[in-house]
Design a protein around this ligand. Structure first.
Ligand SMILES: Cc1cc2nc3c(=O)[nH]c(=O)nc-3n(C[C@H](O)[C@H](O)[C@H](O)COP(=O)(O)OP(=O)(O)OC[C@H]3O[C@@H](n4cnc5c(N)ncnc54)[C@H](O)[C@@H]3O)c2cc1C
Length: 433
């Protein structure tokens, strides 16, 4: 007998756990499919389990610079990227909502950020590692305002980051949202959305078909556009190259993604003994430069200590382009790959010059792997956006996106809080019907 549910949610990551949890709590029969294994017990917030020896990851190649493809990973188990990330949880700023669909403003999003079920903590300045303390002291000396709550202030500003953690452990959305009413099927890969006459009628999984009245894609900014393309939804040419049956010609699928490219440089500070319960980032500064906005990230431990299998004993400070001009495309072929075009070289160089004025650095800056990809199946008012302002995929009834891929443009803060707030709001839209 074919499995069935009122709603199928694909991907038990940051957003998928929110959507499945909220719908199930309202009495909807939801099946939540996750390609990767079951949830792990909460891990120490200072360890990022995305190294070569870690399991339960979605690995892909990222072309961080023309011709340079490096290995990258996102969460790939129940909890998704919220189970492996840095646990920095900050709201987007009012100006970030400019390109969003009508009705999506800072004010209208406020209740959804407040509804987030994750705990929020900040490390008091006096308890911070040398990296964070030095940044905040340097910011004060440079007359950059230092505030206690970064959600309340515009750049230029510095302060402690808000963290979704408790007692030194990361608290992910699986732990916060998945109650006994949620039917989670881990280890089940969704291959494509099944449709009839431009209506989603369920999904095809590696263990057979599943029928549903609504399908909500939460497979992340890499996984969601790939699923759409394999379901015949995307640029007609790309769909044809994949050998999929064309359903709707939506050229925006997989294209126009935005991220926070980052360079790091060695920080001439002693990190002290490694404490895995100490967050990898305790404080940041947001600087406004003529070239755009950057985030200064003084990491509290060398990546070689925080990420298993990484050979980097050097303490580093990151400089991230928060108003990046680069655009990302998720390629649809067999190997999962993200291609990037455009460059933020001028902005990143200006950011590096600023950080050298603030902190004791040495050596050259090296390019890292950006991990904040958003907007690869974005919501928007124009037909160029694959989804409308209710997360509905244009031209297909009963098919929604509600994860990082739907976020129109990556905000000028880390995207995690915004991804969850979007999932909260779209859950409400789905419940209203
Ligand atoms: C290492 C790392 C550190 C980060 N640090 C921060 C931070 O400190 N602060 C911040 O704001 N942001 C951070 N981010 C970004 C943030 O975590 C993500 O933007 C956010 O978690 C994305 O949520 P999502 O629901 O869109 O996708 P995800 O949480 O990635 O979930 C997608 C899920 O879908 C599953 N899936 C994919 N394809 C299929 C399929 N075909 N069938 C079934 N399941 C499928 C995946 O296995 C995964 O579990 C970080 C990201 C990473 C990777």
């Amino acid at each position: 007998m074919t499995e069935s549910a009122e709603v199928v949610v694909v991907g038990a990551g940051s957003a998928g756990c929110v959507v499945a949890g909220r719908l199930a709590a309202a009495g909807v029969h939801v099946l939540l499919f996750e390609a990767g294994p079951a949830q792990l017990p909460s891990s120490a917030v200072g360890l990022l389990p995305v190294g070569s020896r870690d399991e339960g990851l979605l690995r892909y190649g990222d072309e961080v610079a023309p011709g340079t493809v490096v290995g990258a990973a996102r969460g790939g188990r129940v909890g998704g990227s919220s189970a492996v990330n840095g646990a920095y949880l900050l709201r987007a700023r009012p100006g970030d909502f400019g390109p969003w669909p009508a009705g999506w403003t800072f004010e209208s999003m406020s209740p959804y950020y407040e509804r987030i079920l994750l705990p929020r903590v900040r490390v008091p300045i006096e308890d911070m590692a040398p990296a964070g303390r030095s940044l905040l002291a340097a910011a004060t000396a440079a007359r950059v305002p230092v505030v206690s709550d970064l959600d309340e202030a515009e750049a230029p500003v510095a302060g402690p980051v808000t963290l979704n953690a408790a007692r030194g452990l990361r608290v992910d959305t699986a732990a916060a949202y998945l109650g006994p009413g949620v039917d989670v099927r881990e280890g089940r890969i969704v291959r494509r959305v099944r449709g009839r006459r431009r209506r989603a009628i369920g999904v095809e999984t590696d263990a057979g078909p599943v029928a549903a009245e609504l399908v909500v894609l939460c497979a992340g900014s890499v996984g969601t556009p790939r699923l759409l393309l394999r379901s015949g939804i995307g640029a007609a040419r790309t769909v044809a190259e994949l050998g999929a049956e064309p359903v709707v010609d939506l050229p925006g699928v997989g294209r126009g993604g935005t991220d926070h490219p980052e360079v790091t440089l060695p920080l001439a500070l002693d990190p002290g003994p490694h404490d895995p319960s100490r967050p990898i980032l305790e404080a940041v500064a947001h600087l406004v430069l003529p070239e755009g906005e950057v985030e200064i990230r003084p990491y509290t431990a060398p990546f070689g200590r925080a990420i298993g299998g990484v050979d980097d004993p050097v303490l580093r400070v990151g400089v991230a382009a928060m108003t990046s001009k680069q655009r990302a495309e998720v390629l649809g072929g067999a190997g999962v790959r993200v291609h990037r075009s455009g460059s933020d070289a001028a902005l990143l160089a200006a950011g590096v010059a600023s950080v050298r004025d603030l902190l004791p650095t040495r050596g050259e800056a090296v390019l890292g792997v950006p991990l904040h990809l958003c907007g690869t199946a974005r919501m928007g008012d124009s037909d160029e956006a694959p989804a409308d302002g209710a997360g509905r995929i244009r031209g297909v009834e009963g098919l929604y996106v509600a994860d990082g891929s739907a976020v129109p443009v990556v905000p000028t803060r880390g995207p995690h809080a915004t991804v969850i707030a979007v999932a909260e709001r779209l859950s409400e839209v789905l419940l209203r019907g």
